[in-house]
Write a protein that binds this ligand. Sequence first.
Ligand code: ZN
Length: 58
Amino acid sequence: MSKILKCADLMPGCNFVAEGKDVAEVMAKGAEHAKRDHGMATIPPEVAAKAQAAIKDK
Ligand SMILES: [Zn+2]
């Protein structure tokens, strides 16, 4: 089953959705998006934890 992360769960108003075959792939896509579109050079641990909690089965 693939996994999905809606950025809006973390950043209200953002319509980015990361999809991947597993949590690691979704987190990698989410981290890339956060760098590019939210100006996060690094992902703080609490944001990573929230992102991980927001990942759902698709
Ligand atoms: Zn976003």
